[in-house]
Design a protein around this ligand. Structure first.
Ligand SMILES: [Zn+2]
Length: 350
């Protein structure tokens, strides 16, 4: 009963494709020292009270005082063990969102974390931080791109502690945004306010919808990639990016961890379907000269899912033009995500 409000706004935001794609985004609520956070592998659109994991907030905060090993694998394993130990009795079978610690840092009752394309047009842009300060004022916290999991939680807490006022909005470079409020209406107001301000700044909007897919070409791409299915994006935006390898350049390296998890890190550019050469098993996206963008998968649903997430990358690339041009993830960060255990878990459950 007590999670009704949490379930309501999770479902509402989760059902809006402009805000939530694939497994992206999560929500939480706090009550009497307990954090109820979205379980890993659940979908916001359909989550029920049972999909949330109850964690002891004090135990989560203890992790911020710890000295974890510097080695990535050792640190994330030790941190994961502590997060697991913070679960309340009866929660053993559930796995909390990898971003549970981040939710616990906000003192407010409700927290909403999203990766909307419009917001990521800003967080994945050259002038993102500067523009955020101008548009939203000094109280909106900006967190530079860093390793997800514990490192991000610790950095976010440090940045928030530097602010004099209670922080209700945090922008994460190459990732997304956090909103926190004591009421659900408060969350709605924060989100709406940010989207309205950003929309006014955008000089060029993506045009994703396009002509009917070329089935024969899809079949040829799928065959070359050694996969069962391919679908294509051939709206004005996809066609503009597929004009030349130079035009496609903003899409050839990833913007956020989501794009790596669902689309692979590096799309393939090819002049024609016959020229496609898959470079590794994780290749999912092909940009074909003057034809459009293709996503492949072992079935229609997987291909469609990857296409939707990659169309999100296309939108980000277009929006970022209004904020000084695109800024991608660093090579080091891409490498980390490719090896990250928690992300691969999420994909396996997705
Ligand atoms: Zn996130």
């Amino acid at each position: 009963m007590k999670l009704d409000a949490l379930v309501e706004f999770s479902n509402r935001y989760g059902a809006n494709p402009a805000l939530v794609l694939a497994g992206g985004g999560n929500t939480s609520m706090k009550e009497s020292g307990i954090l109820y956070v979205k379980g890993s592998g659940t979908a916001l659109a359909t989550i029920t009270a049972d999909g949330f994991v109850a964690l002891d907030i004090a135990a989560l905060h203890e992790t911020l005082k710890k000295d974890y090993p510097a080695d990535d694998k050792a640190r994330e394993a030790a941190f994961l063990a502590d997060v697991t130990a913070a679960k309340l009795p009866g929660q053993e079978k559930k796995r909390p969102s990898v971003e549970a610690l981040l939710h616990s840092i906000f003192p407010q009752k409700y927290v909403l974390h999203l990766h909307p394309a419009l917001v990521n047009g800003l967080t994945c842009s050259q002038n993102g931080e500067e523009t955020a300060k101008t548009l939203f004022g000094p109280d909106v916290v900006w967190v530079p791109a860093c390793r997800p999991g514990y490192v991000l939680g610790a950095l976010m807490q440090k940045r928030m502690a530097q602010s004099e006022k209670a922080v209700d909005t945090v922008l994460l470079e190459n990732h997304g945004v956090f909103f926190a409020a004591d009421t659900v209406e408060g969350l709605d107001t924060l989100l709406r306010g940010m989207l309205e301000k950003l929309e006014k700044q955008v000089q060029q909007f993506p045009e994703i919808a396009g002509t009917v897919s070329d089935e024969a070409l899809c079949a040829a791409v799928a065959e070359k990639m050694g996969r069962a299915c391919a679908c294509m994006s051939c709206g004005p935006t996809a066609l503009a990016f597929s004009r030349s390898k130079e035009a496609a350049a903003p899409l050839l390296t990833p913007f956020t961890p989501d794009h790596i998890v669902y689309c692979g890190a590096f799309p393939i550019w090819a002049d024609a379907a016959e020229a496609i050469v898959p470079t590794d098993a994780k290749n999912v996206i092909v940009i074909l000269k003057d034809k459009g963008i293709f996503a492949v998968g072992d079935n229609e649903k997987a291909a469609r899912n990857a296409m939707t997430v990659f169309e999100d990358a296309c939108k980000i690339a277009v929006y970022a033009r209004s904020f000084g041009g695109p800024k991608h993830m660093s090579e080091d960060l891409v490498e980390f995500i490719l090896n990250w255990e928690a992300e691969s878990y999420r994909k396996s459950k997705g």
